[in-house]
Write a protein that binds this ligand. Structure first.
Ligand code: URA
Length: 243
């Protein structure tokens, strides 16, 4: 939708709102202007993210492009404050073209829910946009080819916090060889580009790792990491997160 049409649609929405509530819900003009500005930013971000997804769907920069069933560009709220980043699509994600929809995804949904959030509040993506055969580890050439898409998504969304799920995501984004055990539990800085302030990055265990090593201790560690994220964002910390 063109900018003028978008603004018109938002204005009509407010006017209708006001009409049906007999003026009870009339916004003051500054609040209304701010809302129009915020809606426009979200709209522009959505268009940019769709452009990136479209490029991903045409991409043949590495061999994975011709092996995939569907590309998995990532999905979520363009205005997300948290961007979860995993390693790469598995079989379920490849079949559906959506990130984190298999068993590891269902556990990620539980983590998000324990945080008092919904999947639609956050953005979810991966280092690789196409499934490596047999779910093998991403190869360096594949990461190098694919990373610019993720970097652009981060730039567009500009989240307050990135949560890197597992060693591949954390090491790639932080450009380090340290283990996930060394990296998790503390904030690091992700540099989105010169002249841009760094984005806080929390590394934690991948939910697929958690499924394979489903101990109380590991679940508690992930919850401790997420509590730090919520505290940093000034969000309330629900009581039931350790379960
Ligand atoms: N594991 C990942 O790293 N990403 C997905 O999308 C699903 C499982």
């Amino acid at each position: 939708m063109e900018d003028a049409n978008l603004e018109k649609a938002i204005r009509q929405h407010f006017e209708m709102d006001s009409f049906f509530t007999d003026g009870f819900a009339v916004r003051n003009p500054t609040v209304m202007q701010e809302q129009i500005g915020a809606d426009k930013v979200a709209h522009d971000k959505k268009i940019e993210l769709e452009k990136i997804a479209d490029e991903v769907s045409q991409c043949r920069k590495c061999g994975l492009g011709s092996l995939r069933t569907n590309p998995v560009p990532g999905e979520g709220n363009p205005n997300a404050r948290i961007f979860f980043i995993g390693e790469g699509p598995g079989a379920d994600e490849d079949a559906q073209g959506r990130p984190f929809v298999g068993r590891a995804g269902q556990l990620l949904d539980k983590v998000i829910d324990a945080c008092g959030l919904k999947r639609s509040d956050v953005f979810i993506g991966n280092i690789l946009k196409c499934r490596p055969p047999e779910n093998r580890d991403p190869r360096p050439d594949e990461i190098i080819s694919c990373l610019p898409y993720l970097q652009r998504q981060i730039e567009v969304i500009n989240p307050d916090i990135i949560v890197a799920l597992g060693a591949h995501a954390a090491r790639t984004l932080l450009n380090t060889n340290k283990s996930i055990g060394q990296l998790r539990g503390q904030f690091h800085e992700y540099y989105a580009g010169l002249g841009r302030p760094p984005i806080k990055l929390m590394a934690t265990y991948h939910t697929a790792y958690l499924l394979r090593n489903y101990s109380q201790e590991n679940r508690k560690r992930v919850w401790e990491d997420m509590k730090k994220v919520l505290a940093e964002l000034g969000l309330p910390i629900p009581k039931r997160g350790e379960k």
